[in-house]
Design a protein around this ligand. Structure first.
Ligand SMILES: [Zn+2]
Length: 154
């Protein structure tokens, strides 16, 4: 028997739900395998704890009260999983709206800053000497000038 199948059958062994052949091969594995023996002892300890805890009777009318509570829960069901006072719900909604508004405003400020930066760059570059270059190197005139300069240098 492999450890994996042994561990699957272990709680059934404790509950006495195994057929005699299964029980025998599992018990043999537990004797031979240290890890499974340890796990078996732990499971036995937990099982003993639960059986030692004993059973307590619920107070009279407990299940009726639970069911009645469930019915009222279902009626007041909303997007909020737990019952929250109305003013808190409103506060949450208000907070969410405030966050969205702050987001929109700060987003606009960012975009405005980028625009003004771009404008400043445009003005700056209009003052640079490149703007007064009579023939930019990648234009047709620039290519012609390059060509003639190369010829003149010879
Ligand atoms: Zn094992």
């Amino acid at each position: 028997m492999k450890c994996r199948s042994a561990r699957k059958m272990m709680s059934a062994l404790i509950d006495g739900e195994l057929r005699p052949a299964e029980k025998e091969s599992l018990t043999r594995h537990i004797q031979d395998c240290g890890d499974c023996r340890k796990l078996h002892h732990e499971m036995l300890a937990v099982h003993d704890l639960f059986t030692a805890a004993g059973q307590h009777k619920a107070p009279r009318g407990f299940s009726k009260k639970v069911m009645a509570e469930l019915r009222t829960e279902r009626k007041s069901y909303s997007i909020f999983p737990v019952r929250i006072p109305l003013f808190l719900k409103l506060a949450e909604v208000g907070f969410a709206i405030a966050i969205v508004i702050v987001g929109i405003i700060s987003g606009n400020i960012l975009v405005m800053n980028v625009h003004s930066l771009e404008k400043a760059r445009g003005i700056e570059s209009s003052f640079s000497l490149d703007a007064f270059d009579p023939a930019p190197p990648d234009s047709l005139a620039g290519a012609y000038i390059n060509f003639t300069e190369v010829r003149n240098e010879r």
